[in-house]
Design a protein around this ligand. Sequence first.
Ligand SMILES: O=C(O)CCC(=O)C(=O)O
Ligand SMILES: [Fe+2]
Length: 326
Amino acid sequence: MPALTDEQLDQFHTQGYAVVDDVVPEEVLDPLEAEYGEVLEQLAGELFEAGQISSTYAGLPFGERLTRVYQDSGKVYSGYFDFSLPQGEIKRDTPMWHGPAVFNTLTAPSILDAVESIIGPEVYSNPVQHVRMKPPEHLMPSDPNSGNALIGATPWHQDLGVVTTEADDTEMLTVWIPVWDADESAGCLHLVPWSHQDGLAFHCAGPNASTPGLHIPEDRFRVEDAVPIPMRRGSALFMHRLTCHGSLPNRSDRIRWSLDLRYNPTGQSTGREAFPGFVARSRANPETELHDPEAWAQSWRDARERLAEGDAFTFQRWDFDDPACA
Ligand SMILES: O=C(O)CCC(=O)C(=O)O
Ligand SMILES: [Fe+2]
């Protein structure tokens, strides 16, 4: 099921999003899950060795094991699994994960076919990308200041708001992929249809100290028009860079596990130029496509090294002292 139908394309352009079934096959998702199982095995081993947890929780299914490791250590290790880097304080050993199963997901032909139908045949893998594994909030350690779960709902934002102004004219496309079914109770995304037509809203610093990042204050967009987007494994959400969205809290008993990827037409700014992207598909110059997972992983190790050496960078476009945030 590759390209979007005319109806789906129409919905994407008019309403700012489209959910498409059967985009990501089991042959892509199964190895991805297996690979992350190994990453968790490694993390649990390291924490156990360091005396941070009392058991490696070996033998538990992935979600329960992750939850127990976070609970026992009292910390969240999102960066250990993520295929990006933090937006500051990068060190030579800042954890990240750029395994082959992740690369094979980013470059899955069925995803690229769908992306191509929206942004055209020259497809660049934009480095704004994450894996998100969110355990049930009631089982998570909480922030001592706010009492909120250490990892939880994502506040309202637009994806153009989290990249630099260089990307203002970039046709950046967000692709959100549930690794497991994500319904409302599990904290699926919610979004405001048509909101991309209202332009970029002002973003402020996180709602409180335990919710870093950015958010759009609720009086700045039509929050009352928000709809939840429950999704099934194998489906993908294609979302416009100006669509207002966030996620609900995970009130279920299992982890909410998703990937969010970005693509843009090759040659346009990614809005995070300090991080590496690559040509995922080129109809004009197929020889420029990257097919080597190890070269991709190396490009991230090189970037980490360079940034750890002190190249200052920021992806921040907002002035939090603006009265709009008061
Ligand atoms: O998965 C989430 O909680 C947030 C994802 C998001 O903001 C995005 O995909 O752009
Ligand atoms: Fe987002």
